[in-house]
Design a protein. Sequence first.
Length: 323
Amino acid sequence: MKYGLLTYDENKRFFNVGDNVQSLAAKQFLPEVDVFLNRERLGEYDGDPVKLIMNGWFTHNTHNWVPSEKINPIFVSFHMNNTAASAMLSEKGIAYLKKHEPIGCRDQFTADTLKAKGIDAYFTGCLTLTLDSYKVDDSERGDDIYIVDPLYSYPRPEKVFYNAKLTVKNILNGQAFQLGKKNKHLKKFISKELLETAHFVNQEPPSNQYTDEEKFAMAEKLLNNYAKAKLVITSRIHCALPCLAMGTPVIFVNGFDSFVDSCRFDGILELFNRIDINSKTGETTNNFGLEGKIDANTIVKNLEKHHELANALKEKVNSKLNS
């Protein structure tokens, strides 16, 4: 049996390093990687039979669902977004998932959606919770604080100016005002000094001209940086979840209003020290007793609720790979 690993290149304007982080989580379980398979073209695969861990978001290209019969799927940490569910759960799609049930789901929303169609499904959490292999000794932890894509669902200049000309109409519609809202809201719970001294990271670079090797190298570098960080503040689950695995103190900033985003977090948000923010008013609440603003001296301890999920995932994947 050969082993495959997911890659991603469906969007030529942006790519999400978090996708490659998810593949690194899968890769650590594989004895070797024989073939790279693009997530959006699994139905086209016609090579040797291959085992493939099916973790992460599925899928942007719903017209190419279901995967090839040459792929032996291992369904753990599977997410079916509400934007794709109606197309993926066609008669053909349901039959495919039932053939490979039970389906381990990254979030409770996906598990409930599949169960409603008569598919045996259960909540596993995300495979990135098993990335404790990147953990370092406490003696290697430095003073660096990373702020990673906070409130990235807010309008961002690189996407606004790429996707549309900033015309008078856009300005009147409030688009220009929206671009400054993120900084205004961040200042309500992060100190001015920390905003000036922290390392800011964009996990969705505004270009997709990188090779798969370069993408995986970027993901590896970020994980190694986060592993040694004093604190990470982020709205990216594929930054926050690996931080839990690596023992890095992390605060998740939840400012998502749309169901497209929030359905991904069902069952996951409970794992984090969290700041919840009203995207309209900027009003914040938190679940870890924060008073005042986060600064360079803020000390938080992770909730450590993830270990049961991580251990179960390791056991499940290893069992499926060896069967």
